[in-house]
Design a protein around this ligand. Sequence first.
Ligand SMILES: *Cc1c(COP(=O)(O)O)cnc(C)c1O
Length: 352
Amino acid sequence: MIRAVPAVAAMTGYALADLGDSKAISLAQNESAFPPSPKALAAGQKALADSALYPDPDWHELRAILAETYPVNAETILCGAGSMELIGCLIRAFAGPGDAVAGTQYGYLFAATATQQSGAAYVKAPEPDLSVCIDAVLKSVTEATRIVFVCNPGNPTGTRIPNDELLRLRASLPENVLLVIDQAYGEFDDQNHAPVFDLVHAGDTVVTRSLSKAYGLAGARVGWGAFPAAIGAEVRKLLNPNNVSAASQAMACAALRDQGYMRDVVAQTAARRDGLRDRLRAAGFDVPPSATNFLLIRFASEAKAKAADAELRAGGLMLRGMGGYGLPDCLRASVGSEEAMSRLGDILEKTA
Ligand SMILES: *Cc1c(COP(=O)(O)O)cnc(C)c1O
């Protein structure tokens, strides 16, 4: 019999959303409710003319624009086919059989999948009140821990970790433990991010970001991260060469240059999110505060969540079930069109 290596044979693949009926509106994957900037679309179209050529393998222009836009140095940046590529390569580069990766109870499941790929053990610190507890994370760290992975703001909780707590986490971790801070929703969090990006310079922290959420480029697959030089050099060995297509790099550059468009998308998304949150709370649902483009909705029981999911699907709306995160009494709703938000509110008010 032809066998895969043990770590792969033992794992289950990463579970994407069950998109079932394709006629329904998907609010299941935290995609943007808005199209990408028209400037990004025009730049992508123009770049397609050069599709006979390989893209820039070092993402020069993209890194330069990122360094103008965020408090990071261009030399620290690596770009990936989505930040998932970077997170996967990072975990595989720094954890292996016998090692542990410390995540959190409701942390991003892809970190657990990437840890399984590496053969290391994934350990989850409890998240009381659906938010990351830094003391619990610190308690979960052992001699075997090589990486601590936190998502800020969190998915699927939507809650955020205050900067001073993140700084305290780093200061309290042993220096041979790599801290990875996944900020895929960072543009929706109005904290000053400079102190967190500054952690990269000490050599033991990585911050990852994505163009998939606030910039509306999930289909282009562009993520980036700020890496200490020695960490980035190892991750680079595992990335696929030429990993981000020329059209995607062009779209990302143009989208980053159009900060006004992104800010407007973020503001409109937050307004719809908070409108729906207020409506659901008034109807009696438990909805944690969200610093992202989605809401986590908690029902009185798993049965009520299942029944509501069925009602929503019948009404043409697809949310994300949260059983995989150990939250079977919750559904997660991405912010969609105003029409979708009001239909969602109407259906859930009736099931409350
Ligand atoms: C969406 C998301 C990502 C980004 O994935 P991409 O590969 O950049 O599309 C990363 N982390 C979390 C927590 C996410 O929700």
